[in-house]
Design a protein around this ligand. Structure first.
Ligand SMILES: [Zn+2]
Length: 302
């Protein structure tokens, strides 16, 4: 059996990319549907665009020149929705209104997927940066009025701690956003530990480094698996071949690089397809060992 057949889960059933016929400000929906065992996985773009290389300041200039000669790498902000056992579960929520003029495509993408925000039962959060929790709010209120939000204990403790906030004034806006989210979802905010199953079939995996409690989720359904790797990488073109290179967003650089290598090695070893929040749309693909310490990424559409 070839690798291609091993990874046959990733059959894109439908691709939606319609133009915005109304001419209104609402951005167009981009959503792709996958089947994974008993689950349906929607890969929904919250925003699209290239990642500029200035977030890799200090990185080996030869690597930047070689892997991103244009000075940018295709990227996105992805949200994943999993429909399983009658429930709808989101993984992260995109920028939402935090993006300002970069209007979120998530509401349009959910509508295109036929997902009513009021029917979302659970949002699993990989970490509390604004481009992952901003979409939890709409006009300061719950964007998902009936959802429970689950966050890793270490991550929640960090962003909601007054001591952390006082120690890092440069991230004040992010700390304040975390508080707004916690306030809006008061009574519906829960915490998990690494190794827990925050939802049936979802295993919380330690991916600490990008943030103090960064979490990956390993979903298994019907004998098939998909590894949601959060913000393990920000520029696929650069960081798969050079996993030692961190983005300026990586808060604990040594641990971020170690987690990137550890989780990508696991993806190769266990033949786990990955879903990443900043991989180019549609954010799902396979990882291969490229030798010399590097990896290669194969989007599903290859
Ligand atoms: Zn991010």
């Amino acid at each position: 059996m070839t690798h291609l057949f091993v990874f046959c889960f990733a059959l894109p059933l439908l691709l939606f990319a319609s133009a915005d016929r109304s001419g209104a400000a609402e951005p167009e929906a981009r959503a792709v549907k996958y089947r994974l065992g008993e689950a349906t996985v929607w890969a929904i773009a919250d925003s699209l665009g290239d990642r500029q290389m200035n977030v890799f300041a200090g990185a080996d200039p030869e690597a930047l020149k070689r892997y991103a000669p244009s000075g940018a790498s295709p990227s996105a902000i992805m949200v994943f929705a999993v429909q399983i056992a009658g429930s709808t579960i989101l993984i992260d929520s995109g920028l939402g209104a935090v993006g300002g003029e970069r209007a979120s495509r998530l509401p349009a993408g959910l509508a295109r997927a036929g997902i009513d925000p009021a029917k979302v039962e659970l949002v699993l959060v990989t970490h509390m940066h604004g481009d992952h929790i901003g979409g939890l709010l709409r006009d300061g209120q719950r964007a998902f009025p009936n959802a429970v939000v689950k966050i890793g204990r270490i991550e929640g403790d960090f962003w909601l701690s007054d001591r952390s906030m006082a120690a890092d004034p440069s991230r004040k806006a992010n700390f304040e956003l975390a508080r707004q989210v916690a306030k809006a979802y008061a009574g519906a905010l829960e915490y998990f530990e690494f190794g827990d199953e925050p939802a049936p079939g979802f295993l919380a995996v330690d991916a600490i480094g990008h943030t103090p409690g960064h979490t990956a989720f390993l979903l298994e359904s019907g004998g098939e698996r998909l590894f949601f790797i959060g913000d393990l990488l920000h520029a696929a073109a650069l960081q798969f071949p050079r996993p030692d290179i961190n983005a300026s967003y990586d808060m604990i650089p040594e641990m971020a690089a170690a987690a990137r290598r550890r989780l990508l090695e696991r993806a190769v070893r266990e033949r786990l397809p990955v879903a990443g929040m900043h991989l180019p749309f549609a954010g799902v693909g396979r990882v291969e060992d490229a030798g010399e310490g590097g990896f290669a990424y194969r989007p599903w559409s290859d």
